[in-house]
Design a protein around this ligand. Structure first.
Ligand code: AMP
Ligand code: MG
Length: 279
Protein backbone atom coordinates (compact mmCIF):
# COMPACT_ATOMS: atom_id res chain seq x y z
CA UNK A 1 0.00 0.00 0.00
CA UNK A 2 1.22 3.53 -0.70
CA UNK A 3 1.99 5.73 2.30
CA UNK A 4 -1.09 7.25 3.92
CA UNK A 5 -2.28 10.62 2.66
CA UNK A 6 -2.23 11.94 6.23
CA UNK A 7 1.56 11.58 6.24
CA UNK A 8 1.91 13.63 3.08
CA UNK A 9 -0.33 16.39 4.42
CA UNK A 10 0.46 16.47 8.12
CA UNK A 11 1.65 19.83 9.38
CA UNK A 12 5.25 19.58 10.59
CA UNK A 13 6.24 21.86 13.44
CA UNK A 14 8.33 24.78 12.36
CA UNK A 15 7.02 24.74 8.77
CA UNK A 16 6.54 28.15 7.17
CA UNK A 17 3.09 28.09 5.52
CA UNK A 18 4.48 30.31 2.78
CA UNK A 19 6.84 27.46 1.82
CA UNK A 20 3.98 25.04 1.18
CA UNK A 21 2.90 25.05 -2.47
CA UNK A 22 -0.80 25.88 -2.70
CA UNK A 23 -0.86 24.27 -6.17
CA UNK A 24 0.85 21.08 -4.97
CA UNK A 25 -0.71 17.61 -5.21
CA UNK A 26 1.05 15.60 -2.45
CA UNK A 27 0.34 11.89 -2.62
CA UNK A 28 -1.28 12.09 -6.06
CA UNK A 29 0.52 11.80 -9.36
CA UNK A 30 -2.38 11.56 -11.79
CA UNK A 31 -4.23 14.19 -13.79
CA UNK A 32 -7.28 16.26 -12.97
CA UNK A 33 -9.56 13.78 -14.73
CA UNK A 34 -7.93 10.87 -12.87
CA UNK A 35 -8.70 12.56 -9.55
CA UNK A 36 -12.27 13.40 -10.58
CA UNK A 37 -12.77 9.76 -11.51
CA UNK A 38 -11.06 8.36 -8.40
CA UNK A 39 -13.11 10.32 -5.86
CA UNK A 40 -16.58 8.83 -6.56
CA UNK A 41 -14.96 5.40 -6.78
CA UNK A 42 -14.33 5.68 -3.04
CA UNK A 43 -18.07 5.73 -2.37
CA UNK A 44 -18.73 1.99 -1.84
CA UNK A 45 -15.82 1.60 0.59
CA UNK A 46 -16.77 4.78 2.44
CA UNK A 47 -20.38 3.59 2.74
CA UNK A 48 -19.21 0.30 4.22
CA UNK A 49 -16.82 1.99 6.68
CA UNK A 50 -19.38 4.57 7.70
CA UNK A 51 -22.03 1.93 8.30
CA UNK A 52 -19.63 -0.06 10.48
CA UNK A 53 -19.00 3.09 12.51
CA UNK A 54 -22.73 3.71 12.79
CA UNK A 55 -23.36 0.09 13.78
CA UNK A 56 -20.63 0.32 16.43
CA UNK A 57 -22.21 3.46 17.86
CA UNK A 58 -25.64 1.79 17.79
CA UNK A 59 -24.30 -1.07 19.87
CA UNK A 60 -22.50 0.96 22.52
CA UNK A 61 -19.11 1.98 21.07
CA UNK A 62 -17.84 5.52 21.72
CA UNK A 63 -16.02 5.84 18.43
CA UNK A 64 -16.82 8.84 16.21
CA UNK A 65 -15.05 11.10 13.73
CA UNK A 66 -14.84 14.87 13.51
CA UNK A 67 -13.63 16.59 10.34
CA UNK A 68 -12.65 20.22 10.96
CA UNK A 69 -12.44 22.44 7.85
CA UNK A 70 -10.72 25.80 8.06
CA UNK A 71 -9.54 28.10 5.30
CA UNK A 72 -9.69 31.58 3.88
CA UNK A 73 -12.82 32.69 1.99
CA UNK A 74 -13.19 30.78 -1.31
CA UNK A 75 -10.78 28.04 -0.17
CA UNK A 76 -13.54 25.55 -0.88
CA UNK A 77 -15.25 24.46 2.29
CA UNK A 78 -18.54 24.36 0.36
CA UNK A 79 -17.05 22.41 -2.55
CA UNK A 80 -15.74 19.80 -0.14
CA UNK A 81 -19.15 19.37 1.38
CA UNK A 82 -20.59 18.69 -2.08
CA UNK A 83 -17.85 16.48 -3.44
CA UNK A 84 -16.03 14.61 -0.66
CA UNK A 85 -18.49 14.75 2.21
CA UNK A 86 -21.26 14.09 -0.34
CA UNK A 87 -19.98 10.51 -0.52
CA UNK A 88 -21.21 9.92 3.03
CA UNK A 89 -24.67 8.89 4.15
CA UNK A 90 -26.34 11.99 5.64
CA UNK A 91 -28.10 9.71 8.13
CA UNK A 92 -24.94 9.14 10.15
CA UNK A 93 -23.53 12.60 9.65
CA UNK A 94 -23.73 15.83 11.60
CA UNK A 95 -22.81 18.97 9.70
CA UNK A 96 -22.36 22.39 11.27
CA UNK A 97 -21.32 25.68 9.66
CA UNK A 98 -20.13 28.12 12.31
CA UNK A 99 -21.03 31.74 11.69
CA UNK A 100 -20.44 34.92 13.63
CA UNK A 101 -21.39 34.07 17.23
CA UNK A 102 -24.78 35.21 18.48
CA UNK A 103 -25.16 37.35 21.57
CA UNK A 104 -26.02 34.28 23.57
CA UNK A 105 -23.02 32.37 22.28
CA UNK A 106 -20.76 35.29 23.14
CA UNK A 107 -22.03 35.26 26.71
CA UNK A 108 -20.46 31.79 27.18
CA UNK A 109 -16.94 30.42 26.88
CA UNK A 110 -15.92 30.10 23.21
CA UNK A 111 -16.11 26.30 23.38
CA UNK A 112 -19.72 26.29 24.56
CA UNK A 113 -21.30 26.44 21.12
CA UNK A 114 -18.78 23.91 19.78
CA UNK A 115 -19.54 21.40 22.52
CA UNK A 116 -23.22 21.42 21.51
CA UNK A 117 -22.47 20.43 17.92
CA UNK A 118 -20.09 17.52 18.50
CA UNK A 119 -20.85 14.22 16.78
CA UNK A 120 -22.44 11.53 18.93
CA UNK A 121 -21.22 7.92 19.08
CA UNK A 122 -21.15 6.36 15.61
CA UNK A 123 -21.52 9.72 13.86
CA UNK A 124 -19.28 11.66 11.53
CA UNK A 125 -19.24 15.35 12.42
CA UNK A 126 -18.22 17.96 9.89
CA UNK A 127 -17.28 21.44 11.05
CA UNK A 128 -17.30 24.14 8.36
CA UNK A 129 -15.26 26.63 10.44
CA UNK A 130 -14.85 25.78 14.09
CA UNK A 131 -13.41 26.80 17.46
CA UNK A 132 -10.32 27.86 15.49
CA UNK A 133 -12.19 30.99 14.34
CA UNK A 134 -11.79 32.07 17.95
CA UNK A 135 -8.02 32.31 17.46
CA UNK A 136 -8.18 33.40 13.78
CA UNK A 137 -10.76 36.07 12.92
CA UNK A 138 -10.92 36.99 16.61
CA UNK A 139 -7.16 37.50 16.71
CA UNK A 140 -6.93 39.37 13.41
CA UNK A 141 -9.65 41.81 14.48
CA UNK A 142 -8.80 41.80 18.20
CA UNK A 143 -12.38 40.90 19.07
CA UNK A 144 -11.28 40.00 22.59
CA UNK A 145 -8.25 40.83 24.70
CA UNK A 146 -4.85 39.36 23.96
CA UNK A 147 -4.62 37.39 27.22
CA UNK A 148 -7.88 35.60 26.46
CA UNK A 149 -6.66 34.67 22.98
CA UNK A 150 -3.39 33.34 24.44
CA UNK A 151 -5.37 31.21 26.89
CA UNK A 152 -7.37 29.64 24.09
CA UNK A 153 -4.57 27.63 22.48
CA UNK A 154 -4.08 25.51 25.59
CA UNK A 155 -7.83 25.37 26.13
CA UNK A 156 -8.26 24.01 22.58
CA UNK A 157 -5.54 21.40 23.12
CA UNK A 158 -7.10 20.23 26.39
CA UNK A 159 -10.57 20.16 24.77
CA UNK A 160 -9.39 18.13 21.78
CA UNK A 161 -7.41 15.74 24.02
CA UNK A 162 -10.59 15.11 25.97
CA UNK A 163 -12.56 14.37 22.81
CA UNK A 164 -9.89 11.94 21.66
CA UNK A 165 -9.87 10.24 25.07
CA UNK A 166 -13.63 9.87 24.74
CA UNK A 167 -13.30 8.04 21.41
CA UNK A 168 -13.29 10.77 18.76
CA UNK A 169 -10.88 10.78 15.84
CA UNK A 170 -10.24 14.43 14.93
CA UNK A 171 -9.14 15.27 11.39
CA UNK A 172 -8.20 18.94 11.12
CA UNK A 173 -7.64 20.41 7.65
CA UNK A 174 -6.47 23.83 6.63
CA UNK A 175 -7.41 24.48 3.00
CA UNK A 176 -4.38 26.38 1.79
CA UNK A 177 -4.85 28.80 -1.13
CA UNK A 178 -2.80 31.64 -2.56
CA UNK A 179 -4.04 35.25 -2.53
CA UNK A 180 -4.05 35.16 -6.35
CA UNK A 181 -6.41 32.20 -6.36
CA UNK A 182 -8.70 33.93 -3.91
CA UNK A 183 -8.80 37.00 -6.13
CA UNK A 184 -9.69 34.90 -9.18
CA UNK A 185 -12.44 33.11 -7.29
CA UNK A 186 -13.91 36.32 -5.87
CA UNK A 187 -13.90 37.87 -9.34
CA UNK A 188 -15.56 34.74 -10.71
CA UNK A 189 -18.31 35.13 -8.11
CA UNK A 190 -18.92 38.71 -9.24
CA UNK A 191 -19.10 37.61 -12.87
CA UNK A 192 -21.61 34.85 -12.34
CA UNK A 193 -25.21 35.67 -11.42
CA UNK A 194 -25.51 32.19 -9.89
CA UNK A 195 -22.60 32.92 -7.56
CA UNK A 196 -23.06 36.60 -6.72
CA UNK A 197 -24.99 35.66 -3.58
CA UNK A 198 -21.83 34.12 -2.15
CA UNK A 199 -19.94 37.40 -2.40
CA UNK A 200 -19.93 39.94 0.39
CA UNK A 201 -18.21 43.33 0.12
CA UNK A 202 -16.58 42.46 3.48
CA UNK A 203 -14.76 39.61 1.73
CA UNK A 204 -12.62 42.26 0.04
CA UNK A 205 -11.92 43.93 3.39
CA UNK A 206 -10.92 40.58 4.90
CA UNK A 207 -8.59 39.99 1.99
CA UNK A 208 -6.78 43.15 3.05
CA UNK A 209 -5.78 41.28 6.23
CA UNK A 210 -4.24 38.35 4.34
CA UNK A 211 -0.88 38.43 6.08
CA UNK A 212 -2.43 38.77 9.52
CA UNK A 213 -4.62 35.75 8.79
CA UNK A 214 -1.66 33.71 7.59
CA UNK A 215 0.21 34.63 10.79
CA UNK A 216 -2.80 33.63 12.90
CA UNK A 217 -3.03 30.31 11.03
CA UNK A 218 0.69 29.75 11.55
CA UNK A 219 0.31 30.21 15.32
CA UNK A 220 -2.79 28.00 15.51
CA UNK A 221 -1.11 25.21 13.53
CA UNK A 222 2.11 25.43 15.50
CA UNK A 223 0.40 25.39 18.92
CA UNK A 224 -2.52 23.14 18.23
CA UNK A 225 -1.02 20.46 16.02
CA UNK A 226 -0.74 17.76 18.66
CA UNK A 227 -0.10 14.03 18.67
CA UNK A 228 -3.75 13.54 19.62
CA UNK A 229 -5.13 15.88 16.95
CA UNK A 230 -2.63 16.89 14.26
CA UNK A 231 -3.32 19.53 11.62
CA UNK A 232 -3.20 18.79 7.90
CA UNK A 233 -2.47 21.43 5.29
CA UNK A 234 -4.33 20.66 2.06
CA UNK A 235 -3.11 22.57 -1.00
CA UNK A 236 -6.36 23.92 -2.40
CA UNK A 237 -5.63 26.02 -5.47
CA UNK A 238 -6.62 22.98 -7.51
CA UNK A 239 -10.16 22.09 -6.54
CA UNK A 240 -9.91 18.55 -7.88
CA UNK A 241 -6.89 17.81 -5.70
CA UNK A 242 -8.49 19.37 -2.64
CA UNK A 243 -11.65 17.27 -3.01
CA UNK A 244 -9.69 14.09 -3.68
CA UNK A 245 -7.38 14.69 -0.69
CA UNK A 246 -10.23 15.24 1.75
CA UNK A 247 -11.99 12.11 0.46
CA UNK A 248 -8.79 10.13 1.00
CA UNK A 249 -8.26 11.56 4.47
CA UNK A 250 -11.79 10.56 5.44
CA UNK A 251 -11.34 7.08 3.99
CA UNK A 252 -8.00 6.59 5.72
CA UNK A 253 -9.22 7.67 9.15
CA UNK A 254 -12.42 5.62 8.90
CA UNK A 255 -10.44 2.55 7.86
CA UNK A 256 -7.96 3.09 10.72
CA UNK A 257 -10.81 2.66 13.20
CA UNK A 258 -10.54 -0.98 12.16
CA UNK A 259 -14.16 -1.70 12.99
CA UNK A 260 -15.97 -4.93 12.34
CA UNK A 261 -19.68 -5.64 12.27
CA UNK A 262 -20.89 -5.87 15.88
CA UNK A 263 -21.47 -9.33 17.34
CA UNK A 264 -25.15 -9.84 18.11
CA UNK A 265 -25.98 -9.90 21.82
CA UNK A 266 -28.72 -12.51 21.22
CA UNK A 267 -28.67 -16.15 20.23
CA UNK A 268 -29.15 -16.29 16.46
CA UNK A 269 -30.35 -19.92 16.38
CA UNK A 270 -32.86 -19.22 19.10
CA UNK A 271 -34.28 -16.17 17.32
CA UNK A 272 -34.36 -18.04 14.02
CA UNK A 273 -36.28 -20.87 15.64
CA UNK A 274 -38.80 -18.45 17.09
CA UNK A 275 -39.47 -16.99 13.64
CA UNK A 276 -39.62 -20.36 11.89
CA UNK A 277 -41.94 -21.88 14.49
CA UNK A 278 -44.34 -18.98 14.45
CA UNK A 279 -47.95 -20.08 14.38
P1 AMP B 1 -19.22 32.09 5.72
O1 AMP B 1 -18.45 30.85 6.16
O2 AMP B 1 -18.72 32.66 4.44
O3 AMP B 1 -20.68 31.87 5.75
O4 AMP B 1 -18.92 33.22 6.81
C1 AMP B 1 -19.05 33.02 8.17
C2 AMP B 1 -18.45 34.22 8.87
O5 AMP B 1 -18.54 34.01 10.28
C3 AMP B 1 -17.00 34.45 8.56
O6 AMP B 1 -16.79 35.78 8.23
C4 AMP B 1 -16.28 34.10 9.86
O7 AMP B 1 -15.12 34.83 10.06
C5 AMP B 1 -17.35 34.44 10.88
N1 AMP B 1 -17.12 33.72 12.13
C6 AMP B 1 -17.18 32.38 12.34
N2 AMP B 1 -16.85 32.09 13.62
C7 AMP B 1 -16.57 33.25 14.23
C8 AMP B 1 -16.17 33.62 15.55
N3 AMP B 1 -15.99 32.70 16.50
N4 AMP B 1 -15.99 34.93 15.81
C9 AMP B 1 -16.19 35.86 14.87
N5 AMP B 1 -16.56 35.60 13.60
C10 AMP B 1 -16.75 34.30 13.28
MG1 MG C 1 -18.07 33.65 2.79
Amino acid sequence: MSSPISDALRYRHGTDLADLDTRGTPGFDGSKSDAEKALPELAPEMADLQEKLFAAGYTGSDRRLLLVLQGMDTSGKGGILRHAVGLLDPGGMRLKSFKKPTKEELSHDFLWRIERELPGPGEIGIFDRSHYEDVLVVKVHQLTDAAEIERRYDAINAFEQRLVDEGTVIVKCMLHISPETQKERLLARLDDPTKQWKFKPEDVDERGHWDAYQAAYATALEWCSTEAAPWHVVPSDRKWYRNWAIGQLLREHLAALDLDWPEPDYDIAEQRARLENEK
